[in-house]
Ligand binder design. Structure first.
Ligand code: SAM
Length: 236
């Protein structure tokens, strides 16, 4: 048996989710359709929707971060949400079929069920405003969510809210370029990604939190003595 329970990280990107699960105690294997040279653990380049069910079943828990563009505010405002695949339902069917503890992560507006919302304000080491939904088939307490603090922006029209500093105040990390790569890395607790990768990433603190509860949902293997006693009983 592996020294650590094994978690499969589907749609793994450059590994924001993966690093949190590793910190929670899982051995992590990532799958992404694009090459991920900065993903820090074992990596398989493949279409996550075409995986062999026996490969999925070989893990103790599974996380999936399907592309969020179809569900995002921006796509709805631009009227092009239908240009993107809607993978949440087929991913859920695939994960439920394994019978393993699972997590599906996505943006607000995505059709998740039984989810909690995590925000950077819930984690003392972070200073990013980034709401992400986590659907799970195990129970996770919801951390308290306070009022959002003043957030840094490069938008001069918002100067009347007060002077901000991207290396001190909360930031948002988006493709729109509201902060530098240095500020994004510092705010998200990620020091190995490019700006494009970090725009899509989950702060590892989020999945370290989720991962601690996923770990409790992984069945404890029977100790070797119990297994041999059962085998002996079966042999009689
Ligand atoms: C939101 S990003 C994942 C971010 C990552 N969880 C993190 O925290 O760093 C979604 C990823 O899904 C990948 N992707 C899109 N369609 C895919 C598919 N059919 N199979 C596998 N990966 C896919 C993209 O290449 C992208 O890296």
């Amino acid at each position: 048996m592996a020294a650590h329970p094994r978690l499969l990280d589907l749609f793994c990107g450059a590994g924001g989710t993966a690093v949190g699960y590793r910190r929670a105690g899982f051995e992590v294997v990532g799958v992404d359709s694009a090459p991920q040279p900065r993903f820090p653990y074992a990596f398989v380049q493949a279409d996550a929707m075409q995986l062999d069910p026996r490969f999925l079943a070989s893990f103790d828990a599974i996380h999936a971060s399907p592309p969020c563009q179809a569900y995002s505010d921006l796509a709805h405002r631009n009227g092009n949400a239908d240009d993107w695949p809607r993978l949440i339902e087929p991913v859920r069917d695939m994960l439920v079929a394994t019978g393993k503890p699972y997590v599906i992560e996505n943006v607000e507006g995505a059709p998740l069920r039984n989810y909690i919302v995590l925000c950077g304000t819930m984690f003392p080491g972070l200073r990013v405003l980034r709401h992400r939904l986590f659907e799970t088939n195990f129970i996770i307490p919801v951390p308290p969510h306070g009022r959002h603090p003043l957030c840094h922006t490069r938008d001069k029209r918002k100067r009347h809210y007060g002077t901000t500093d991207e290396m001190r105040d909360y930031v948002t990390v988006t493709g729109g370029g509201n902060c530098s790569i240095a500020a994004a890395r510092d705010a998200m607790g990620i020091d190995w990604m490019t700006k494009k990768e970090i725009n899509e990433a989950i702060p590892p603190d989020y999945t370290e939190y989720v991962g601690r509860y996923a770990m409790m949902a992984v069945p404890t293997p029977a100790p070797p003595e119990a297994v041999s006693a059962q085998a002996a009983a079966g042999a009689v």
